[in-house]
Design a protein around this ligand. Structure first.
Ligand code: ISJ
Length: 353
């Protein structure tokens, strides 16, 4: 008798596959530490944009806020639990030094801009191209098994491509009148069962992000509360994380919060405009949706909103997988260590392929 495990999930999967066969958009996703997987299957391939964030659906926004966010909406949202099969990731993933020289140079340029006072922090990134014979749905299922603590998604729009990711970072979550956001920065590889030993570089880098967020929201939220940074695991990496919560005044639209937060210095830099200009001028590729944000926007009767930053993600085009990785540069950075940090981060996606 065939196994009944995850039967409803495979039915949901089959419907999403059929959607792709018809070249219609879809998103399948699972929130952190939940069993429930949801699928939104719109019945039109027209490109629909979110304009004021009063809309309802699943939003997929690019890094550059001058470009529009895409909204997927369908009346019927499919749901099914997925029971994971835990995996032990012990395979050694080969990394290459392709693009190393350019990245070292980029880090050095960033540090020069910090030293001359133009920037305080900037998050530089790169794109790594790999090959895979695996199909996108199989890769998504592997994500569910590999990263229970992340927000996992597979997103497709015929006019914007196929994206897949497992992000550890929440941009914002709204529960009733309470808004929660996170300050996530600092990265160390997980080594056996040892607790991470943070240096002043990571502690200060994360504090900069926290201060920035609190300042950006200080005239918007009521009663802001910030937790002490704690170490959190994201796959094989440690990060430092604080939660920032506050009450959202009734009259305030979500777009003013998003404008204030996105892109945060966890993925862009400080000052925001100067950092963004630096990145557009000096990174040798277009980030597209990497370091943008995605997730549920005013969804369902309870109008739930949970948006995440698009990290640990890749774009899939036939057998080509473009993996996006970056890291925060401050005055105390070291170019070689920053390169290694992107190598470690690339393994979140490379280990699937
Ligand atoms: C930019 C990325 O990650 C961000 C940068 C971090 C850092 O500089 O330590 C840590 C987590 C994220 O906020 C990425 O994963 O690509």
């Amino acid at each position: 008798m065939p196994s009944q495990k995850n039967k409803d999930f495979y039915q949901l999967f089959a419907e999403a596959r059929f959607q792709k066969e018809k070249d219609l958009p879809f998103v399948i996703y699972q929130r952190p530490n939940e069993l429930l997987v949801k699928a939104i299957l719109p019945n039109t391939s027209n490109l629909v944009h979110a304009s004021d964030f009063f809309e309802s659906g699943f939003v997929f926004a690019p890094f550059d806020s001058k470009e529009k966010a895409i909204l997927l909406f369908s009346k019927k949202i499919l749901q099914a639990d997925y029971e994971i099969t835990p995996v032990v990731q012990n395979q050694i993933i080969g990394s290459t030094d392709n693009g190393k020289e350019f990245h070292l140079d980029l880090v050095n340029k960033a540090m020069a801009s910090i030293k001359n006072g133009a920037l305080k922090k900037v998050v530089v990134s790169r794109k790594l191209i790999s090959e895979t014979k695996k199909d996108a749905f199989k890769l998504f299922e592997a994500l569910l098994n590999y990263y229970p603590e992340a927000f996992k998604y597979l997103w497709y729009h015929p006019k914007a491509g196929m994206w897949l990711g497992a992000t550890p970072e929440t941009l914002l979550k709204i529960d009733g009148a309470v808004l929660t956001t996170t300050s996530l920065a600092g990265t160390l590889p997980v080594q056996s069962n040892q607790a991470p030993q943070w240096s002043s570089k990571e502690v200060e880098e994360q504090q900069l992000v926290t201060d920035y967020i609190v300042d950006a929201l200080s005239d918007k939220l009521i009663d802001i509360n910030v937790t002490e940074p704690t170490s959190v695991k994201a796959g094989k990496l440690w990060h430092l994380k604080s939660l920032i919560t506050g009450s959202l005044p009734k009259e305030l639209g979500l777009n003013s919060i998003i404008d204030a937060l996105h892109p945060t210095p966890a993925v862009c830099g400080m000052p925001k405009i100067a950092a963004k200009e630096f990145l557009i001028a000096n990174e040798n590729y277009d980030r597209e949706f990497y370091t943008g944000f995605l997730g549920e926007l005013n969804l369902g009767v309870s109008r739930k909103t949970h948006l995440c930053v698009n990290l640990r993600s890749m774009k899939l085009e036939d057998t080509k997988a473009s993996i996006f990785i970056g890291g925060g540069i401050t005055e105390e950075s070291n170019a070689e260590s920053e390169w290694m940090e992107t190598q470690h981060k690339s393994k979140t996606m490379l280990s699937l392929l």
